[in-house]
Ligand binder design. Structure first.
Ligand code: PLP
Length: 450
């Protein structure tokens, strides 16, 4: 891309440090600047149209340009643009949203607690688990187990939970007391001749061995995404969650379901918890809660977590936690309207209706000479490329990603996997458009490689 002096691209290079970006490469190449969005499409500053097959960051469920959300924000902004929920204050958007989330919860939940990002929600979950153990007089029960390739965010505790090397490297993470167990990616981690059932049994056994090695009295909680997203869209094998939950129950370990990607319809149920039969004590929610039109996240906690926490706050005199914009009235009003749209338009039904087409077209790409595996559920999926001589692991994905972007398809390269997670308003024709562009990109990449 040629960057013109004083263009937005040039000013971006001059002043802006980007997340998840090689800063030196950005100085050289510049960023793709997106200007506007409509439905499943976004347009860059030069007017080029892209099909946004990642819904931004797995998040814009109702699509771009939804006027009902614009109006909900403007109306609330005019009435009460800000108020907080510290020191026994409340406002109706936060109360309405808390009530709505508790009513929607797929397992009995007691209270909703608001934060602003998925990372903050997961950091808060860690602190609640620690606080609860102290409340119960079990100060040694503090360790939290996450999984290799799990993604839970980037703040100090949530980045520690994340099981990806680039979130730890040079940041001096993970924190002590945060441990990682096996990743349920059968194709990659199975041993020679191991059946899927035997692999599941081994994952559960490895978790149990870790708990026993650490001492069950020291392990407080386990966190997992129903389907791993940013680790490469890793769908758990049949029976995985049942086997894991059996171990957690045996050793009195809480389950935190990180629903930040799965929540609000992505897997074809309102929550991934339902798709995989989870019984979480804590759920963390973000992204599609507001379709990312506003930054907001939430924790739902059951009485097993709430009751000791409430007692401890009573003993100390306060629950000493909270951020200024938690349960922000504008964000909460937008989230409520967003959830109303998801329900009224039955977007979960749309995910279910289109999933067979989406998944069968993805599966068909597995037959492409460059591909090794297709994975997915509902309207989320990834295609992984075959390792190839002359390319280090993780080099092929970004090259295919660049071709896809050139063709007007926005995906996400996770190593050598290309992820898809389109807005849930997508039509059957648009699903076909995504896969036609994906296929054409693969063919183009193959021509370049030959
Ligand atoms: N948890 C999951 C499953 C996520 O996918 C993400 C973000 O992608 C997070 C947590 C962190 O959310 P945020 O980026 O809003 O901090």
């Amino acid at each position: 891309m040629t960057v013109q002096p004083n263009s937005i691209e040039a000013r971006d290079k001059a002043y802006h440090l980007h997340s998840y970006t090689n800063a030196r490469a950005l100085e050289r190449d510049g960023a793709l600047v997106i200007d506007r969005g409509e439905g499943v499409y976004v347009y860059d500053v030069n007017g080029k149209k892209y099909i946004e097959a990642m819904a931004g960051l797995w998040s814009v469920g109702v699509g771009f340009g939804e006027q009902r959300l614009v109006e909900a924000a403007a109306t609330q902004m005019a009435k009460l643009p800000y108020y907080h929920t510290f020191t026994a204050r409340a406002h109706s958007p936060s109360v309405d949203l808390a009530e709505k989330l508790i009513a929607m919860a797929p397992v009995p939940m007691s209270k909703a607690y608001f934060t602003n990002s998925g990372s903050e929600a997961n950091d808060t979950a860690v602190k609640m688990v620690w606080y609860r153990s102290n409340a119960l007089g079990k100060p040694e029960k503090k360790k939290i187990i996450s999984r290799i390739k799990g993604y839970h965010g980037v703040t100090v505790a949530s980045a520690s939970l994340t099981g990806l090397p680039n979130n730890h490297r040079s940041f001096d993470l993970p924190l002590p007391g945060i441990l990682h167990t096996s990743c349920p990616h059968y194709r990659v981690f199975k041993t020679d001749g191991e059946t899927e059932a035997a692999f599941v049994e081994r994952c559960a056994k490895e978790l149990e061995d870790l708990i026993l090695k650490e001492g069950p009295e020291t392990v407080a909680a386990f966190i997992g995404e129903p389907v791993m997203g940013a680790g490469g869209v890793i769908v758990p094998p049949a029976g995985y969650w049942e086997a894991i939950q059996k171990v957690l129950k045996k050793y009195d370990v809480l389950l935190i379901a990180d629903e930040v990607i799965c929540g609000f319809g992505r897997t074809g149920e309102m929550f991934g918890t339902t798709t995989y039969g989870l019984q979480p004590d804590i759920m963390t929610l973000s992204k599609q809660i507001s379709s990312s039109y506003q930054p907001i996240s939430a924790l739902l906690i059951n009485d097993n977590v709430y009751a000791p926490l409430a007692d401890e706050s009573n003993k100390i005199g306060t629950f000493g936690h909270g951020v200024t914009a938690a349960g922000h009235p504008v964000a909460a009003a937008v989230a409520l309207e967003n959830i109303a749209i998801i329900e009224e338009r039955d977007l979960v039904g749309n995910v279910r209706a289109l999933a067979p087409k989406f998944q069968s077209r993805l599966k068909a790409l597995e037959g492409h000479p460059l591909a090794i595996e297709a994975r997915g559920v509902g309207l989320i999926g990834a295609l992984e490329l075959k390792p190839r001589d002359g390319f280090a692991a993780g080099q092929l994905g970004p090259k295919l990603f660049a071709i896809m972007t050139e063709k007007g398809l926005i995906s996400r390269a996770i190593g050598d996997s290309l992820a898809l997670c389109p807005p849930m308003i997508i039509t059957e024709q648009q699903v076909d458009d995504i896969f036609d562009l994906f296929e054409a990109s693969l063919d183009e990449f193959q021509r370049q490689l030959n």
